[in-house]
Design a protein around this ligand. Structure first.
Ligand SMILES: Nc1ncnc2c1ncn2[C@@H]1O[C@H](COP(=O)(O)OP(=O)(O)OP(=O)(O)O)[C@@H](O)[C@H]1O
Ligand SMILES: [Mg+2]
Length: 156
């Protein structure tokens, strides 16, 4: 399977969906989060972090200015936001390659900003349908992404 589509009717449903998906993730998995401002990319990231037992004292917010947040979950999460990045070189200079193979999961808001230059396993597309409803499409990009979707059973 390489595509899974669902509707979320409120913030909690988006968090629960992400939290469920988190159970299938392993270190070095890369997830792109794609959608307009306010779509719910950070809400999804929060749910995913909760699913991986982020301690309560940490908050999950868009790393718009810091570019990256690190969350000490059961598998650490590196949370990026490329919104303000001007070019891909700036992203490389953040040292994503240095972070790879350190046992973390990557969540990248605006991952498609530079086309396919940042390779991902799954892209989470969040489409803002109405005030509280969102269409969430989870697209497998790599073979690993297909494997994750095949393992994941989720119904809202
Ligand atoms: N079904 C839903 N799923 C997710 N968020 C929802 C939903 N319904 C309403 N919301 C609201 O939409 C907003 C989503 O904000 P969020 O910060 O996650 O967006 P974002 O995509 O990360 O935006 P940005 O590009 O600015 O970082 C929140 O205020 C949240 O409460
Ligand atoms: Mg955000």
């Amino acid at each position: 399977m390489n595509l899974k589509k669902l509707i979320s009717l409120d913030e909690t449903q988006t968090e629960d969906c992400a939290s469920s998906l988190s159970e299938k993730l392993k270190s070095d998995d890369v997830l792109g989060l794609i959608g307009e401002i306010g779509a719910g990319k950070t809400v999804f990231s929060r749910g995913l972090s909760k699913g991986l037992a982020l301690p309560k004292e940490y908050s999950v917010t868009s790393p718009t200015f810091t570019l990256m947040n690190i969350y000490p979950c059961t598998i650490p999460i590196f949370h990026f936001d490329l919104y303000r990045l001007e070019n891909i070189e700036d992203f490389s200079s953040l040292g994503i390659d240095d972070y790879k193979y350190q046992g973390a999961i990557f969540l990248i808001e605006w991952a498609n900003k530079f086309g396919d230059q940042i390779s991902r396993d799954l892209d989470i597309h969040i489409f803002h349908k109405s005030e509280d409803s969102r269409e969430i499409t989870i697209e497998a990009i790599s073979q690993r992404g297909i494997d994750i979707l095949n393992e994941w059973e989720y119904d809202v």
